[in-house]
Design a protein around this ligand. Structure first.
Ligand SMILES: [Zn+2]
Length: 335
């Protein structure tokens, strides 16, 4: 029988559970609301119930390799203890691994959701397309997520709390905006969708559009205030990327999430600032920034390929870990 895995993407709003088989993509995706108001035990019961339902349906047809769960960070690993997550209020100190493993009667692969998304990009997305084993992903969504994959494996430090580049300080001025992490001037305060809307309000007041997409539309018509917001995004990304590039020297950095749809608006500033700020970037800049055929020993910064299912795919892929040989055979099939 062909192998399959079950992946879970536990978000603050939605709970997605998928069965995934190599070469076939998603066999089935179950999407439920995350019933935070009814308590964490309720959420874990919903999660385990959906996993068991998929297991019952597919285990006669395929051979199950495991269950992977991606959860919002910070997450203390390998113990799987949730640490004060902004997206799961009231879950601080919750022993998530223990609760899910008890509920399922089996061990699970558990990781920060942004790391799961990075793993999917490496195994099935941009990393796969370009034959790259190590990459770093910045996801510009409500916040700024970050995941790091080194030589095909997630790297999240001694206790799972690495990969928080969204909180690299890009503005150390005393009046820098405070951040949900307790710090101030973090990348998240300049490059997330939330930050883009705040910057628009600061620069345009009442004239600021009500969505990042509308703001991007306005910037494309040549509105200087709207364009300035995306230049601020590009500048802050360059500061964070300069630090990452100088530290890590990886072949590929990916920018994903909703704000990355405005790539055309922030990328020129991002690249020109990177040349100014990072000597490792200057030494390794490729002749063609957007080439699909990567030159050896060059630093590429491109858009992430997998979109909003990356975290769910990564959770599935993480549970096929024992069978590394089959990963390259996988293809992503639309839901
Ligand atoms: Zn922060």
């Amino acid at each position: 029988m062909d192998p399959y895995a079950i992946g879970v993407d536990l978000g603050g709003t939605n709970l997605r559970i998928a069965a995934y088989a190599g070469g076939k993509g998603f066999l089935e995706v179950i999407e439920l609301p995350t019933r935070l108001a009814e308590g964490r035990d309720r959420v874990v019961r919903d999660l385990c119930g959906a996993v068991k339902k998929l297991e019952k349906r597919y285990s006669g047809l395929y051979e199950m390799t495991g269950v992977g769960v991606g959860a919002p960070g910070p997450l203390e690993l390998p113990d799987g203890i949730v640490r004060n997550p902004p997206n799961l209020p009231g879950w601080d100190g919750f022993r998530l691994r223990e609760a899910v493993e008890t509920g399922l009667g089996r061990t699970i692969e558990l990781e920060n959701d942004a790391n799961m998304a990075a793993l999917a990009e490496q195994k099935l997305g941009a990393g796969y397309s370009h034959g790259v084993e190590s990459l770093c992903v910045l996801t510009l969504g409500t916040g700024v997520g970050n995941g790091l994959v080194i030589r095909g494996a997630i790297e999240s430090g001694m206790s799972g709390m690495g990969g928080e580049a969204g909180h690299i300080v890009v503005n150390s001025a005393v009046d820098a905006p405070t951040c949900g992490c307790g710090g101030a001037g973090c990348l998240e305060q300049y490059a997330s969708a939330t930050a883009v809307m705040r910057l628009a309000k600061e620069r345009m007041g009442e004239l600021a559009p009500s969505s990042a997409r509308a703001l991007a539309g306005l910037a494309r018509t040549g509105d200087p205030a709207a364009a300035g917001v995306f230049q601020a995004v590009g500048r802050s990304l360059a500061i964070a990327l300069a630090g990452l590039i100088n530290t890590l020297n990886l072949p590929l950095y990916l920018v994903g999430g909703g704000v990355s749809e405005a790539w055309d608006l922030f990328a020129p500033m991002m690249f020109s600032e990177l040349r100014r700020l990072s000597y490792i970037y200057r030494l390794t800049e490729p002749a063609d920034l957007y080439s699909s055929r990567f030159e050896r020993h060059k630093t590429y910064i491109q858009r992430a390929e997998l979109g909003s299912t990356a975290g769910l795919l990564g959770a599935c892929v993480s549970a096929m870990g024992e069978r590394k040989g089959v990963l390259v055979e996988m293809t992503v099939v639309a839901e």
